[in-house]
Design a binder for this molecule. Structure first.
Ligand SMILES: NC(=O)C1=CN([C@@H]2O[C@H](COP(=O)(O)OP(=O)(O)OC[C@H]3O[C@@H](n4cnc5c(N)ncnc54)[C@H](OP(=O)(O)O)[C@@H]3O)[C@@H](O)[C@H]2O)C=CC1
Ligand SMILES: O=C(O)[C@@H]1CCC=N1
Length: 254
């Protein structure tokens, strides 16, 4: 059995990705928050929702998906049942040392998933406490594997990895929205403009993933000499697109 504390944006996305990709909903127990959100998701996906952290006693892995303001309250309750369990916190501000300090001897991990976990195409960075054994890591990997890729990194790289993979779905969504706005400005209807922009993002990402060429060379393949694309690339540079992306990551990191 696995447990979740919190089923908001990221908790809900991970749970949805698990269930939609074949993880048995009967093996999931969720401790919800103050709203009805966890109950509604539970009705949709078929997992059990409980009112107290203590009711997660029979689980062997617990994912914490609450925000920073609720973390310490949750950890305090968790301490009573933590023995022998693996604890994985998604809370952005959590650190291994803080989790260890409050939970004592528990094996803890800090992970930053991204919202594409919801469709099994996620990219999650994770850092484990030093007492995590290979079998423990395999157990977490076998669960998170339902939601996409899981990559272990040292704790000092988890923040930036979480920004590059975890915040950036919002950056890409803004790009897709802007591209579709431009299509509408030039006469496409909104649905076709979104279909084209999203279809391109999926296709170009798939090509970048599968091709032996790096993205710079893939860009070169699109930019015909004297053609329209290089003029668009030049305009992106003129308006500081590359720097805007770097500044967005800087801002998120701060
Ligand atoms: N959104 C994302 O893409 C990502 C978020 N994160 C991190 O995950 C954390 C949560 O973010 P996000 O999901 O966006 O935020 P949300 O506000 O969407 O979700 C937080 C959830 O926690 C629930 N909650 C609060 N207190 C408790 C409690 N005591 N017991 C059980 N549940 C509780 C809330 O339930 P209710 O509203 O019902 O009270 C809410 O559904 C943040 O620290 C964020 O940095 C990490 C990676 C990606
Ligand atoms: O905005 C946030 O705080 C979280 C962290 C990664 C994605 N969303």
């Amino acid at each position: 059995m696995i447990g979740f504390i919190g089923a908001g944006s990221i908790g809900g996305a991970v749970i949805t990705g698990l269930v939609k990709n074949g993880f048995n909903a009967d093996e999931i127990i969720v401790k919800g928050g103050h709203s009805n959100h966890a109950n509604l998701l539970g009705e949709q996906l078929g997992f059990q929702v409980v009112k107290k952290v203590k009711q997660l006693e029979d689980t062997d892995v617990i994912f914490i998906a609450v925000g920073a303001n609720a973390l310490d309250g949750v950890l305090k309750e968790l301490k009573e049942i933590v023995a022998g369990k693996l604890i994985v916190a998604f809370t952005g501000s959590a650190t291994i040392s803080h989790l260890k300090q409050v939970l004592g001897d528990a094996k803890v991990a800090h992970a930053i998933p991204n919202t594409p976990v919801k469709v099994g195409a996620g990219f999650t960075g994770i850092t484990y406490s030093s007492d995590f054994e290979d079998a423990d890591k395999k157990k977490i990997a076998s669960i998170m594997g339902y939601t996409g890729q899981l990559v272990e990194v040292p704790e000092n790289q988890l923040g930036i990895l979480g920004t590059v993979a975890g915040c950036s779905p919002a950056f890409l969504d803004v790009f897709i929205e802007a591209l579709s706005d431009a299509g509408v400005k030039h006469g496409l209807n909104r649905k076709l403009a979104y279909d084209a922009a999203i279809g391109m993002a999926i296709g170009a990402s798939k090509l970048a993933k599968q091709s032996e060429l790096n993205v710079s060379a893939l860009k070169d393949e699109v930019t015909s000499p004297g053609g329209s694309t290089i003029r668009g690339v030049a305009a992106l540079e003129e308006y500081g697109f590359r720097n805007a992306v770097i500044k967005a990551v800087d801002a998120a990191e701060e």
